[in-house]
Design a protein around this ligand. Structure first.
Ligand code: GLU
Length: 294
């Protein structure tokens, strides 16, 4: 069995203990399976990504004893691939432009007939305002060129219709937040209700986390995705997109999150836990391993 995995940090702050754990676990698993460990820089949010953080990522990971093939894939170099993928989905009528602000969505959700607001992997489940407008106006997006700078949403109902099934599944080798493991089943009904019309291209960005991660995992031939449990809920979106784009579905291994002594999830802004800080304090890579419980 081939085993290709990756660590995909965003260069928006220092690497902390949780990142180190994720990277070392993926690297260890690749070694154990005689496989390949790749690094990918997820810098689509150019307002937050900084070259200095990217340089620090390479430096910290090398210090931890990890290595990877070069050149490293950088998402900001991949906009043409994301655009081509959006074109394909657009041509099939599966995307629509959305002009709603966060506030519009909140207001629509708090209308009495809507019931309690639903939270999905991306926050509030979109109430479908712009989709309804499109349908009412008899607008046929496939007839027009894809608007490049707009927010584009996936029409979840049409997406499942296009697949011609109402059930999909993926394999979880780790565990989700409620211990979900093994074969994980996804259904059209549940995703329409709990996920809704997710954003696949953010306004002015030309892509989104979900779209980029799926396009790039496929382009890099990733067979095993190793990442934090906080991304378990997003996986259903990725699996749906993999089917829509006719690319292989990797196996997933969602791992526990490294928490601080108070049980709080470590965030990038907790600079006290930055690997660079531990290095400055004279800790060894082995001590970092021990701290993560690897
Ligand atoms: N870039 C994401 C992050 O830093 C990880 C994406 C993934 O592993 O799928 O949280």
């Amino acid at each position: 069995m081939t085993f290709t995995t990756r660590f995909a940090p965003s260069p928006t702050g220092p690497l902390h203990l949780g990142h180190a754990y994720s990277a070392m676990l993926a690297h260890d698993l690749a070694q154990r399976h005689g496989g390949t460990f790749l690094l990918r820089i997820e810098d689509i949010d150019q307002t937050r990504a900084r070259p200095q953080w990217e340089a620090q990522i390479y430096d910290d990971l090398h210090w931890l004893g990890l290595d990877w093939p070069t050149p490293v894939m950088r998402q900001s170099d991949r906009m043409a691939a994301y655009g081509a993928t959006l074109d394909r989905l657009w041509a099939r009528g599966l995307l629509y432009p959305c002009t709603c602000s966060r506030r519009d969505i909140q207001e629509a959700m708090s209308a009495p007939q809507e019931g309690a607001p639903m939270f999905g992997p991306d926050g509030l489940v979109y109430p479908g305002t712009c989709r309804l407008r499109r349908d009412e106006e008899g607008y046929a997006p496939a007839d027009h060129t894809r608007p490049v700078a707009d927010t584009l949403r996936l029409d979840m109902h049409r997406a499942w219709q296009a697949l011609g099934t109402d059930q999909l599944s993926f394999y979880e080798d780790g565990a989700g937040p409620a211990g979900e493991t093994g074969r994980i089943d996804l259904s059209a009904d549940q995703m329409q209700r709990d996920v809704g019309d997710v954003v696949l291209a953010r306004k002015g960005m030309g892509t989104s986390y979900h779209l980029s991660v799926v396009v790039d995992d496929a382009a890099q031939g990733i067979t095993h995705v190793v990442r934090g449990r906080d991304l378990f809920e997003a996986t259903q979106i990725h699996v749906l997109l993999q089917h829509l784009l006719d690319v292989p579905v990797p196996r997933y291994h969602h791992h526990r999150l490294i928490r601080d002594d108070a049980g709080k999830r470590l965030a990038k802004r907790d600079d006290a836990r930055a690997i660079a800080k531990y290095r400055e304090d004279g800790l060894s890579p082995q001590q970092i391993r021990d701290m993560t419980g690897l």
